[in-house]
Design a protein around this ligand. Structure first.
Ligand code: DHB
Length: 316
């Protein structure tokens, strides 16, 4: 075990941070950039049954506080990302490749999960089921419909899987009663991890150069990432860790730009942390910088491992 190493369920990561799904992970070229960086893992773009082009452009915009996106799930289809996981395994390095799967269509989701379980060569394949995409016109986020989410999980776990370890990517929740309610649903199922949080859905950012909405799809509404998200992300990590931290791994996502931001997510209960907007802005060298910053903080505070830090705010 080294200073920054961690586990997601039983899967080992040399370093506790990696890309957020959607960021630098649609094509083989992108995925290889993250794989060849100092990230601890690589996660794919959320995939659907059939490849998708996504929404019309412009569909991504950023300012100094964060980003807005309405990509509309452009991806190369689930078979491609299954192939990529096997391809990276054969490169020999033991870096985990997590497959993100869209939960928009339950029938497709069940088909994709069975296929991945049968085809992956890793003994343990992490799969992040994305129940929180805000950007498909006419489709509500599943994670805000608790009955539907419970039903989805019931269908998923009525199957037995050999290799895949399933976790969920969640929307931000803004009321502790909602977090308690969904935590009680999650307790019924053998989930391995929760990723908190996806983008803040249906925000709007005006482009100051044009006085118009900065992106085109959904009349300018899109998922907000970056610094705007950090307090909500920390609060969701903190609350889910309190309810479920003894049962599953919490992965933090939202507003991470520096080693201090990673540190705060882990303090609140994350075992690993994803980086989105800052990765798009800075490229994969952000992992090298953040690694150095985080190491310096841990050494200064005499913290010996991520495990020691994880959730320690709850012990005060
Ligand atoms: C997209 C955006 C998301 O926040 C998400 O979770 C999945 C997909 C998108 O628009 O592609």
């Amino acid at each position: 075990m080294s200073l920054l190493s961690t586990n997601i369920s039983s899967v080992f990561l040399k370093s506790c941070f990696y890309n957020a799904s959607g960021c630098l992970c649609v094509t083989k070229e992108d995925i290889l950039k993250v794989y060849n960086s100092d990230s601890g893992a690589v996660i794919s773009k959320s995939c659907t049954f059939s490849p998708r082009e996504g929404n019309p452009k412009p569909r991504y915009f950023e300012n100094k506080y964060g980003s807005i996106n309405s990509m509309g799930m452009p991806n190369k289809g689930y078979r491609f990302y299954t192939y990529m996981s096997n391809y990276l395994l054969e490169l020999g390095d033991s870096k985990p490749c997590i497959i993100s799967v869209s939960g928009l269509d339950f029938d497709e989701l069940l088909t994709m999960l069975s296929y991945i379980d049968n085809m992956v060569k890793r003994p343990e394949q992490l799969v992040e089921v994305n129940l929180s995409c805000p950007n498909i016109p006419g489709e509500a986020q599943v994670s805000y419909n608790f009955k539907k989410m419970d039903n989805c999980l019931k269908q998923i776990f009525s199957n037995k899987y050999k290799k895949i370890k399933i976790g969920l990517k969640l929307s931000p929740y803004f009321d502790p009663s909602h977090i308690l309610e969904v935590s009680n649903i999650f307790k019924k199922y053998p989930l391995h991890f929760l990723t908190c949080i996806n983008s803040l859905g249906n925000g709007m950012i005006i482009n100051p150069e044009t006085d118009k909405a900065s992106i085109v799809p959904k009349k300018g509404l899109g998922g907000i990432g970056g610094l705007y998200c950090k307090p909500i992300a920390l609060s969701n990590v903190f609350q889910f860790y309190k309810h479920l931290g003894d049962k599953l791994t919490i992965i933090g996502c939202g507003g991470v730009q520096s080693g201090q931001d990673v540190y705060e997510h882990i303090l609140c209960g994350a075992s690993a942390v994803q980086i989105g907007t800052q990765l798009v802005r800075e490229g994969p060298r952000c992992f090298t910088r953040i690694e150095q910053e985080l190491k310096e903080i841990l050494i200064k505070k005499n913290i010996k491992s991520i495990k020691e830090l994880c959730g320690s705010i709850h012990k005060l």
